[in-house]
Ligand binder design. Structure first.
Ligand code: BMP
Length: 262
């Protein structure tokens, strides 16, 4: 059966990248294809949000201070989620013995990092550090913002680069399923909202149903839809929204399985 038609659990059985396999197992165990994007500046808000939404998510996406890593790791064990460090790598990919200020060094300075990147040399540089640690990389193939340049040839090249480095590249940040139905890559989709279609600054939102059922993506990435306006947070409401998005994402996945099996 083509991989796209399989359950997350079936896909976990066959995946060779340990980070991707872990993620598929967590998704199945928690029945959640929700990734929260925690884009806040206060460490207190950051940790509070994660502790509140932890039970409902499989993945936390953030760009965090190294000093927060031990707390984040404790929370990931407490709530059973993986960490996706979101860094935009746009430096040269060279890994030099003497001069280490490269993307590989940036990458090795943190914890569990999956990142976007601009070329095959960078993928190679990151893989030297990431593969021995059992990590995976995501390539930015398409963007959710209006008028984004990540399309056409850029998107095709991202898919080509991913295919050439299948052991390390585990998928894409995208708006649609990037490969044919036989692919093993993940498609992570940001720009997800249940109550609004944009943020007035170019961000465009689609519903979990559009993303998972219609576009065939695997994971919804949600930020402000869950924690609202920064500095204006009510823990009960954050928890309620996390549960709501978790349920919406999972229902869309169940519907997809049902449709495809008919
Ligand atoms: P929000 O749900 O609050 O709009 O947050 C979406 C998150 O996903 C942000 O961290 C943003 O940087 C990221 N993102 C995106 O919105 N669109 C993309 O195409 C790629 C992203 O990484």
């Amino acid at each position: 059966m083509p991989i796209y038609l399989n359950t997350y659990a079936d896909r976990a059985k066959n995946h060779t990248n340990p980070a991707a396999k872990d993620l598929l197992e967590v998704i199945e165990r928690k029945q959640s294809n929700l990734c929260i994007s925690v884009d806040v500046t206060s460490s207190k808000d950051f940790l509070n949000i994660i502790d509140t939404v932890g039970p409902y998510v499989s993945l936390i996406k953030a760009n965090f201070e190294p000093s927060l890593i031990p707390r984040l790791q404790d929370l990931s064990i407490k709530h059973d989620f993986l960490i996706f460090e979101d860094r935009k790598f746009a430096d040269i990919g060279t890994l030099s013995t003497f001069q280490g200020n490269t993307v590989a060094l940036q990458y090795s300075a943190g914890v569990h990092k999956i990142a976007t990147c601009p070329g095959p040399s960078v993928i190679k540089g990151l893989a030297t550090v990431g593969l021995p640690l059992g990590r995976g990389l995501l390539l930015l193939a398409e963007m959710s913002t209006a008028g984004a340049l990540a399309r056409g040839v850029y998107t095709e090249d991202a898919v080509r680069m991913a295919r050439a480095a299948r052991d390390f590249v585990v998928g894409f940040i995208a708006q649609h399923r990037m490969e044919g139905r036989d692919r093993g890559f993940f498609d992570f989709d940001p720009g997800v909202g249940l109550d609004t279609i944009g943020d007035g600054l170019g961000q465009q939102y689609r519903t979990p149903e559009q993303v998972i059922l219609e576009s065939g993506c695997d994971i919804i990435i949600v930020g402000r839809g869950i924690y609202g306006k920064v500095g204006n947070m009510d823990t009960g409401e954050v928890q309620r929204q996390a549960e709501r998005y978790r349920n919406a994402g999972w229902d869309a996945y169940l519907q997809r399985l049902k449709c495809l099996r008919v």
